[in-house]
Design a protein around this ligand. Structure first.
Ligand SMILES: C[S@@+](CC[C@H](N)C(=O)[O-])C[C@H]1O[C@@H](n2cnc3c(N)ncnc32)[C@H](O)[C@@H]1O
Length: 413
């Protein structure tokens, strides 16, 4: 029997919480647990698993009084899904309980736990959910952020993360996109739906890109005809912006599969760029008027779109990333013509991948300056004293927030 959306959601949760896999990895794996699940069911499963991961702490709190002994992970995930569906998704309890019992009955060596699942789900009070604070970030991330911005800001970020992310679109000049126009020029679509079904998708009038991410290319302010390198470019949101602004773009990334997506995006939107598969640290493409460097990072600014991240990452890779980011900055600066500019950005909340990288780059390169420029919709308070732009998920909280990002524009003397 083909797996339905609930079964697929539990399989996703098992892979994230049991095997430390990211949701995208599991969904893209042709031999993974979701192989053969029809697209609509997969999409619903992804949405449900995401909702559970955003509310796992509360679900466990609500379930705890009724579980003297912790059942196997897959049964816990069935219970968590049921509680979240009722309390957060507003599903009818009767159908949810019936489905949960059914899943456990037909599961791998879980049939003997149907009675427990039935009894627990009939006792829990999903209303108890409402009084609980939003799920906290893991301590390795939360602690430094509380030190930096205080508890209130961190709680506001967590509230935005729990609500999930709307869909932001960057619009090709002269075209239109559905949704609400944001102050920085992106369009925001709320509510679930298939991206490819939105008006203008086939025509390539817009592409999906978080509103905060879209500010990096704006900060670079390219003009038509400039030679621009987009380093670490795939899947290409920023390449599309630079190409749409009329620059001659060379897009470089180390990952061939991700560059495949970049090429698809260029083709759909009728835009052009030279695409190079290479390690930026080894690549020599001559000199450029401007460079955009979107360096690999902890991606801790994207938790509202990637609720699996806090359960898979533990911060152990950050030191190596910080080293790589500094090497990439130095390489990118070396590609600039005299007087050229480089925008460095990361979708990280952590200062070592943002503010501290700016400070260290300025110290390593005498004559280098950080430039602050006017960007429509960017509030003065988002700039740091050193001339970087710190974007936090709780900015525009009432509208659904934005990704956390740090970006800075550096000019070579
Ligand atoms: C944050 S993502 C880039 C997102 C992209 N700029 C966009 O706007 O769609 C970071 C990218 O860096 C690439 N990458 C990591 N190390 C690299 C290296 N040494 N050389 C080139 N690309 C690298 C990864 O493959 C990944 O696609």
């Amino acid at each position: 029997m083909a797996m339905d959306a609930r079964g697929a959601a539990v399989a996703l949760l098992d892979a994230v919480l049991g095997e430390g896999q990211m949701l995208g990895q599991v969904l893209d794996d042709p031999k993974g647990p979701l192989a053969g699940v029809p697209p609509q069911e997969r999409a619903r499963a992804q949405r449900l698993a995401g909702s559970v991961l955003r509310h796992l702490e509360q679900a466990d709190r609500v379930l705890a009084p009724f579980l003297r002994k912790s059942p196997p992970l897959t049964v816990r995930n069935v219970l968590r899904l049921a509680v979240v569906e009722i309390a957060v998704e507003g599903a009818a309890p009767h159908g949810v309980v019936h489905s949960a019992v059914d899943q456990v009955r037909h599961g791998n060596r879980t049939g003997h736990l149907t009675g427990l699942v039935n009894a627990v789900l009939r006792k829990v009070e999903p209303e108890a959910f409402a009084g609980l604070p939003p799920q906290r970030m893991p301590m390795w991330l939360r602690k430094p952020l509380v030190g930096l911005w205080g508890r209130e800001v961190v709680s506001a970020i967590e509230a935005v993360q729990a609500a999930g992310a709307p869909l932001d679109l960057s619009v090709k000049p002269g075209r239109e996109a559905p949704g609400e126009a944001l102050p920085t020029g992106s369009s925001r679509v709320t509510g679930p739906g298939q991206v490819s079904a939105l008006p203008g998708f086939e025509a390539g009038d817009w592409w999906v890109q978080d509103a905060a991410a879209a500010l990096a290319a704006r900060l670079l302010e390219v003009t038509p005809g400039e030679r621009v390198a987009d380093l670490c470019a795939a899947p290409g949101g920023k390449t599309l912006q630079l190409a749409a602004a009329g620059a001659g773009v060379v897009a470089v990334d180390i990952s061939a599969p991700r560059l495949g997506r970049l090429r698809e995006n260029l083709a759909r939107c009728g835009l052009e760029a030279e695409v190079v598969a290479a390690d930026v640290l080894q690549w020599d493409g001559g000199l450029f008027d401007a460079v955009l460097l979107d360096a690999p990072c902890s991606a801790t600014g994207t938790i509202r779109r990637h609720p699996d991240l806090p359960f898979v990452k533990d911060g152990s890779e950050i030191a190596a990333l910080v080293e790589l980011q500094a090497a990439l900055i130095d390489r990118g600066l070396g590609m600039l013509k005299p007087g050229g500019r480089l925008v460095y950005c990361t979708c990280s909340l952590l200062p070592e991948e943002g503010e501290a990288q700016l400070e260290a780059a300025l110290a390593r390169h005498p004559g280098l300056v950080a430039e602050r420029v006017e960007i429509a919709g960017v509030e003065p308070g988002w700039w740091t004293g050193a001339g970087g732009l710190r974007l936090r998920p709780d900015y525009w909280a009432e509208r659904g927030g934005m990704d956390g990002f740090f970006m800075a524009r550096l000019r070579r003397g």
